[in-house]
Design a protein around this ligand. Structure first.
Ligand code: BGC
Length: 695
């Protein structure tokens, strides 16, 4: 079969003119290559990713078409998918994305993003899964399989070490080899080898002195030769800077952000070099061959191709189910949550994020959601007319900042393409006065209500492509507002919507209940409201460390981040919890943390090895009164870590659903365990319930 395809691809390529071949290896529109009509080869149509299929633009300018036929299902972002720790939901979310992409006539979806969250300040963290390579790999592989079921290619991005937005076009990541090997590469390797991803997107930054999209070491030696990847490599938009380098390496398609398609490095400049004999046509043939093979995998050159569909009720259901399992209950002192609704007459909801929609922001991840519930609306929908739910904004955002201009992507080639957002200091100006008034109004109301829910956090002015945060502090004076709400009503529930952690030190000891939710899709707010009201028992776990402040994160404590031409990753393997755990730096909430409205007890653990591999076996019982789901996590731990190695690393996890009183024997498949390790199983990194030796 493959041989037939290969012969067919060669035969097709053999009939093409140089011009036709060149047309296939660079953008002929902002999201399309040229096809070869006379040979029945269609263009390759691409779209972002990853929270749903992006709006349609004009072919040659970042102007929306202006039609209303591109609204789609808004799916939970990858951080939310990761917080579910549920492989099945990752696959279902991917499947919904793939079916929608196909329904919108796309061939390639530009996602998922599998970069490791090295710092909590990176503006694109919401597009990525986790700080842990194993968790990222496990979920991304299933997500990719889901997408590709629909005859659409997943394009895994951004390869590699693309961990900050500041100066992203020119910044060089200086990463020790063992950190590449163990932290930054594994998710990409798993994506192509186990997930079977058909496409990979090169990153903007440089690695080993060369831009990733034209880096032969990265794309040929590592990706193609070492990992055996035979799919298509697409550049990030504007990530190519040199004709020779791009032509002579494993890159296949150059995409960019400007409308002068003929001037792209792999367009006329390449054609001329081939005509002059400076570059061999065989280099182009290799790329064209891989693109044709991709088209055959997607049944674009004949055969039955799935047609997909978008905005189905099934996709909305998937979005809701994933969102439900992504909500993380961070703190719940004295069972403050769920809210008691019997007898509830009046509820005060405070915070701009209660009344905010997020789908149309964040950079290339933006989309037009068919609808998006807000938390305030979802609470009202669920509570009904007998409860008076009042709202006070409490704060407001800055009018400027974020990727709001439709044309920002075209402009992104200038100034290195990204920056660190400067925090606005409050003063005597009109905006500060407005905030002060909103804050006082909300606090004055709060004492008059039995129940007050604050819903704040971040939005896509902070969590956005092309932009890193300066620190982890809450914007818009929210710390002060939360403090005043807790003064007025100590029972105030604190809930957040956001894509990356925020500092909580100013008030955390006084807050009884804290809930975290993400940009969790069109139904994300319903999931949050259901959790607050106890209709859903939370089962999300943090896929990343929630530091007390960003300087507790190794990228800042040991390494470098932000505005520098070369960023040294001096922390090496000590990324995320690997650093805090080994060196005893206490985070606000640790990796894997997340509470439930019920309790789980763990029995003793044992290790088995059978034809399916090595696994930890453990009995888990729901000892509480509610049905719930537990994510059992297994960490490989060293009593005395070998020098330079983290004390503990995630080696396996399984999510299990249990009725009250029910016990299940859980088998947790393990990966990468070593002799001399102890295995610790538990509810989070800091809540280990049982231990056993490696066989
Ligand atoms: C982003 C990519 C995206 C591409 C196309 C770039 O700015 O870095 O993630 O897929 O644009 O929109």
């Amino acid at each position: 079969m493959r041989q037939d395809d290969e012969e067919r691809a060669r035969a097709l390529a053999g009939q093409m003119t140089l011009e036709e071949k060149i047309g296939m290896i660079h953008g002929a529109e902002l999201f399309k290559t040229a096809g070869v009509k006379r040979l029945g080869i269609p263009p390759l149509a691409m779209s972002d990713g990853p929270m749903g299929v992006r709006r349609e633009f004009e072919p040659d300018a970042w102007r929306a078409t202006g039609r209303n036929d591109d609204f789609v299902t808004y799916l939970p972002c990858n951080s939310a998918v990761a917080a579910t720790w549920n492989r099945d939901l990752a696959e279902r979310t991917g499947e919904a994305l793939g079916e929608e992409a196909r329904g919108r006539g796309k061939d390639v979806i530009l996602g998922p993003g599998v970069n490791i969250k090295r710092s909590p300040l990176c503006g694109r963290n919401f597009e990525y899964f986790s700080e842990d390579p194993y968790l990222t790999s496990e979920l991304a592989c299933r997500y990719i399989k889901g997408i590709q079921k629909w005859d659409v290619a997943a394009c895994v991005k951004h390869f590699a070490a693309n961990n900050q937005e500041t100066d992203r076009l020119w910044v060089e990541a200086e990463v020790p080899d063992e950190a590449l090997e163990e932290i930054y590469f594994p998710a990409f390797k798993a994506a192509v080898q186990q997930g079977g991803a058909y496409a990979v997107m090169g990153a903007y930054n440089l690695l080993k002195g060369v831009h990733c999209c034209q880096n032969s070491w990265l794309l040929d030696d590592i990706l193609r030769k070492e990992w055996g990847f035979d799919g298509v490599v697409i550049s990030d938009w504007g990530g190519v800077h040199d004709t020779d380098k791009a032509a002579l390496c494993g890159l296949d398609i150059e995409m960019s952000v400007t409308g002068n398609f003929d001037e792209y490095y792999l367009a006329s400049p390449l054609k001329q070099k081939v005509e002059q004999g400076a570059i061999s046509e065989a280099e182009i043939d290799r790329k064209v061959f891989r693109i044709l093979m991709l088209m055959m995998k997607l049944h674009m050159l004949g055969g039955e191709r799935k047609s997909g569909s978008f905005n189905t009720t099934g996709h909305r259901e998937t979005a809701l189910e994933t969102a439900r399992e992504s909500v993380v209950l961070l703190k719940n002192e004295g069972e403050r949550l769920p809210l008691r609704t019997d007898g509830l007459k009046r509820l005060l909801v405070v915070g701009e994020n209660a009344d905010c929609m997020h789908a149309d922001g964040g950079g290339s991840a933006e989309l037009r959601a068919l609808y998006e519930l807000t938390p305030l609306m979802a609470l009202k929908m669920l509570l009904g007319g007998n409860v008076q739910a009042d709202y006070a904004p409490g704060y407001c955002r800055d009018p400027e900042g974020g990727q709001t201009e439709e044309n920002w992507q075209a402009a992104s080639l200038e100034n290195g393409g990204g920056h660190t957002q400067k925090r606005r200091e409050e003063g005597e100006d009109a905006l500060s006065r407005t905030r002060e008034r909103l804050c006082r109004e909300a606090a004055a109301l709060a004492s008059g209500y039995d129940d007050v829910i604050f819903i704040g956090g971040l939005n896509h002015k902070q969590d956005s492509e092309g932009n890193d945060r300066e620190d982890m502090r809450l914007p818009y004076g929210q710390d002060r507002l939360i403090g005043m709400l807790l003064d007025a009503n100590p029972n105030t529930v604190i809930a957040f919507v956001g894509g990356s952690p925020v500092e909580m030190g100013a008030w955390i000891n006084r807050a009884r209940a804290v809930v975290w939710s993400w940009y969790a899709g069109m139904e994300g707010a319903r999931a949050l409201a259901e959790t607050l009201l106890g209709l859903v028992n939370p089962s999300g776990k943090l896929p990343e460390t929630f530091y007390k402040k960003h300087t507790d994160c190794s990228a800042h404590a040991l390494g470098e981040f932000g505005k520098k031409t070369k960023i040294r990753y001096s922390e090496g393997l000590f990324v995320g919890y690997r650093y805090n755990d080994t060196f005893g730096i206490k985070p606000q909430f640790c990796f894997g943390h997340g509470l439930s409205y019920t309790e789980f007890a763990y029995g003793p653990a044992s290790v088995t090895e059978d034809e399916e591999g090595v696994a930890l076996i453990c009995r888990i019982t729901n000892t509480g009164k509610r049905e719930g789901k537990e994510v059992a996590q297994v960490y490989g731990a060293w009593e005395n870590p070998p020098k330079g190695r983290p004390a503990r690393e995630l080696k396996g996890f399984e999510k299990v659903e249990l009725k009250p009183g029910e016990t299940k024997t859980v088998r947790i498949a393990l990966s990468g365990i070593q002799k001399g390790m102890r295995l610790q199983a538990g509810s989070s990194l800091a809540d280990i319930r049982c231990e056993t030796e490696v066989l």
